[in-house]
Design a protein around this ligand. Structure first.
Ligand SMILES: [Zn+2]
Length: 225
């Protein structure tokens, strides 16, 4: 999970959301506002899910309420503070599908009705990340960064569990993303490796590769060799 800086939306859509807040109890938007909000979130998030950093696209995304709609009604239409784009979190392999409930991730895992209410003291808000909190290992595993203090470690562990960021599917996908890049680097000179990683991790890119933070944790050091 990486820090998200949200791009602002047009005045027209801001007014529309304000109006919706007064008149609607449930989250639904007209086509135009929905399109703009999705597009702004997608750009803000560099095309990655706000929690797991898989690539999002029109088939695998939903507008996510960080603060759940049922407990935070005043924030249902709050773009700057509460809306993100999350992946659908669906399991991929047949084996994972069999155990769908255990393998679902991100926004849809968080809002699972069978779980107790979200603890917002512990759940990490992607907009409020001020330092490196997560560490992504070469084997695809995720854990608290060595820089975390005790409370931050607690938050990281809670967030990993609540969003299911350590499920088999995500560990496998991160492992594969790291392996693929490792393989590509293998045939390059040090100079080419540096350029390749610099290009891949360039913060100014409009889109990031899937599992950007895992790639950064495992290959970012190459830039400084
Ligand atoms: Zn996700």
């Amino acid at each position: 999970m990486r820090k998200i800086e949200k791009l602002s939306i047009s005045e027209k859509t801001t007014d529309y959301l304000e109006k919706r807040k007064k008149e609607a109890k449930k989250f639904n938007l007209n086509k135009k506002a929905r399109k703009e909000i999705i597009s702004k979130l997608k750009s803000s998030q560099k095309d990655l899910c706000c929690y797991c950093e898989c690539r999002i696209n029109y088939k695998n995304q939903h507008i996510e309420h960080f603060f759940e709609q049922k407990t935070h009604k005043d924030l249902i239409f709050d773009y700057p503070n509460n809306l993100f784009l999350s992946c659908e979190g669906e399991p991929e392999t047949e084996q994972e599908q069999k155990n769908r409930k255990q393998n679902i991730t991100c926004g849809h895992k968080k809002s699972n009705v069978n779980l107790e209410n979200v603890n917002y003291v512990l759940l990490i808000n992607p907009q409020k990340i001020e330092k490196i909190l997560f560490l992504y290992l070469e084997n695809g595993k995720i854990e608290a960064s060595k820089q975390c203090n005790e409370q931050e470690e607690k938050k990281v562990n809670y967030s990993i569990k609540r969003l299911n960021l350590d499920c088999e599917k995500l560990e496998r996908n991160r492992r594969e993303a790291i392996f693929r890049i490792g393989k590509e680097l293998f045939i390059l000179s040090i100079m080419e490796q540096k350029n390749y990683i610099r290009m891949l991790l360039n913060e100014n890119n409009d889109e990031f590769p899937a599992f950007y933070s895992a790639i950064k944790d495992n290959f970012g050091f190459i830039i400084n060799i």
